[in-house]
Design a protein around this ligand. Structure first.
Ligand code: UD1
Length: 419
């Protein structure tokens, strides 16, 4: 099994180009299934999750081929409506086939995703949304089966106990494009990846108002055509490299990073004492000697993203003083804490709070990655730890970071993948 070895102590310097967004690519890949002609998606990252979504599209009968960073999708053969357990269990975003299959075929059968390392991950809002559009939903043998002879526009309130749901918004938007009449989604997710999906659907001919806001108005049943569309840069990859520059006291220019989508992360880094400049070339991050602790509250967009929680915690673990990180989205998303403590960090968990007492020096250790962003955070900690950090279970990392070790190595990190 592959591992990543990091030897800490190098100061990162140079330029890194941010790849296309994983979390934008996956919904857009299902959206183009709704076109009456083939689509071309550009800036698509080479990631295992993209490969899995390609397998989902193939399973549904469509043709999807990734060449360089361009994905061609021909939905002509899209006539199957089942996303099987084997695919959904490896990638939860397969659940987006629910909305796409209902919209195009009037029927969907999708394996229930279940929980994962970061929490329970329910889909009740997805199901409530499509039911309100007229789908009849049953759950049997671990599968959701939804049937709709006719989808009809509705007023749908989509917030759950933790706020808006990105995934439910994606599914309901997809299904609503095929519904007769108007759908109004209140408390829709405003995350940039939803905005990108809606931009893609609009380019395909959909009539959607309120993009980027929590109220989306979808006038359905417009014929959708194929599109030539470029996905947005990955804000989580950008945020991860910002922390890499900050934690090593480096000086890194992030090309193609979009500062508007990283407001909460940039603001927090500045509060800690990191210099972040928005330039015409990209975002420049310069680490200084003196950092201050900071409290971080994880919230739905535009708040501080849950997908950056583990990475900012790696930085705060090295900042003298007490910081409190509060996770409000995923109840179980602190698995990296135990591994960071094995590297000499001093972090205690009290329900949804992590109390981080910054230490002067982390020490390298063999560690186990529990999920995608935790893997990145352990590498970040390894960049400044004394000696070697050996990150295991890096298949998580390959789901969502394109060539991370090559990119970090080009910036001067001592990092390599070993078998
Ligand atoms: C969420 C994050 C997203 C991140 C992803 C992976 C938010 C709003 N979304 O997206 O930024 O990239 O995790 O880390 O931060 N929920 C329900 N019922 C549902 C669906 C969700 O109660 O049917 C709850 C979840 O338990 C969670 C919250 O709503 O507490 C947000 O979930 P959701 O946005 O749907 O999850 P993802 O789409 O995976």
């Amino acid at each position: 099994m592959q591992k990543i070895s990091v030897r800490g102590g190098k100061v990162l310097k140079g330029t890194v180009e941010i790849s296309g967004s994983k979390n934008a690519t996956l919904p857009v890949m299902t959206a183009v299934l709704l076109g009456e002609s083939p689509s071309i998606l550009r800036n698509v990252p080479h990631l295992n999750d993209v490969k899995t979504m390609t397998d989902v599209l193939t399973k549904l009968g469509a043709n999807a081929v990734l060449d360089d960073h361009t994905l061609k999708v021909d939905p002509a053969g899209f006539n199957q409506f089942e996303a099987p357990y084997e695919l959904v269990k490896t990638m939860r975003a397969s659940i987006y086939s629910l909305g796409a299959c209902l919209a195009r075929l009037g029927e969907a059968k999708v394996s229930l995703p279940g929980g994962c390392a970061i929490g329970a991950r329910p889909i009740d809002l997805h199901l409530k949304g499509v039911e309100q559009l007229g789908a009849k939903v049953t759950i049997q043998h671990g599968y959701v089966h939804a049937v709709a002879s006719k989808l009809k526009g509705a007023n749908i309130y989509l917030a759950g106990p933790h706020g808006p749901s990105l995934g439910a918004t994606v599914n309901v938007v997809l299904a609503a494009t095929a519904a007769e009449g108007t759908t109004v989604i209140d408390a829709a997710s405003t995350e940039p990846e939803v905005e990108d999906l809606v931009n893609c659907l609009i380019a395909m001919g959909a009539q959607i108002e309120g993009n980027g806001t929590s109220k989306l108005v979808i006038h359905g049943k417009k014929p959708l055509k194929g599109v030539d569309y470029s996905v947005i840069p990955d804000r989580v990859e950008a945020g991860t490299f910002m922390v890499a520059a900050a934690i090593t006291r480096g000086n890194v220019l992030l090309k193609k990073a979009n500062a508007h989508q990283l407001g909460a992360v940039i603001e927090k880094l500045r509060q800690i004492g990191v210099t972040v400049d928005e330039t015409s070339e990209g975002i420049r991050v310069v680490g200084s000697g003196e950092y201050k602790p900071a409290d971080v509250m994880i919230l739905p967009y535009p708040g501080f993203p849950t997908d950056m929680q583990a990475q900012i915690m790696a930085l705060l673990a090295t900042v003298p003083g007490n910081s409190i990180v509060t996770e409000t989205i995923w109840e179980n998303r602190f698995m990296h804490v135990f591994e960071m403590n094995r590297m000499g960090a001093d972090i205690t968990i009290d329900r949804s709070h992590a109390v981080v007492k910054g230490v002067k020096q982390l020490t390298g250790a063999p560690v186990m990655a529990s999920d995608l962003r935790a893997s990145a955070a352990l590498i970040l900690a390894g960049l400044v730890a004394d000696g070697e950090t050996l990150v295991q279970r890096i298949y998580h990392l390959d789901r969502g970071y394109e060539k991370i070790e090559e990119k970090l190595s080009a910036l001067g990190a001592d990092i390599k993948r070993i078998s």
